[in-house]
Design a binder for this molecule. Sequence first.
Ligand code: PAF
Length: 283
Amino acid sequence: MEIIRTASRLKELADKARAEHKSVGLVPTMGALHKGHLSLVERARRENDIVVVSVFVNPTQFNNANDLATYPRTEEADCLLLEQAGVDAAFIPAVEEMYPEPDTRQFDLGPVAEVMEGPMRPGHFNGVAQIVSKLFYLARPVRAYFGEKDFQQIAVIRRMVELEGGFEDLEIVSCPICRADDGLALSSRNVRLTPEQRAVAPAIYKVLSQSAASPLPTVKETQRDVVEQLNSLPFMKVEYFTIVDGLTMQPISSWNDTDYAVGCITVYCGDVRLIDNITYKKN
Ligand code: PAF
């Protein structure tokens, strides 16, 4: 596996792949890799000639300095996992390499970015659009893989691709959430949970899946019930639980508003912000 530190070398690899009619599959990550990332890598491996994984903790998408400072960084272990997974190239640039000058681009991400994570994390999605567009321009992937844990992020990236216009042959591949045996959605942030918090955290998926299996008559009651159940548990504080249309990300007020209803949740477990989602219906 080649470790690439510069944008110019990644571009060179991508140009060569294109010239040789080889498909590049890109898995953008912020490192601290776990089985969830590896499932994206495995899929990319099956579907492409060349697999590139980027490992970059992107500062422009953090609206909380402490979250950026404490974000786990495990480069050596990440490289080992990627090598074992048969990745062709790991792109691990320094911040100055990706941002030789401040990126002042403002993306008109529209309604998909105006709800849930949008208002909770001002600037976050613009930062995601900045880095992911840079990665797409450099790696020129035919497929790029994202996990559905960050459900809204996928809609935002699709919107960015639409806005940029230059990625006609790019497919955004959305991949199912990977969960621990007890149901907790795998996340790099899980390592920051204390053992006591880690024992409570699986309740998020338990409550969500029970709710999706037997929703209450109204969306409002369903949302309130999930929030109340989780808030009654130690360490847990729900930031939001919103049931949205799974394509537009717009909150629904009646089950009849959409054929594709997804409940998106953010919960603080202690000071660790966990996110998850569950499909209520998909016709
Ligand atoms: O989902 C993530 O890990 C990040 O938001 C991404 C897509 C790698 C961009 O930094």
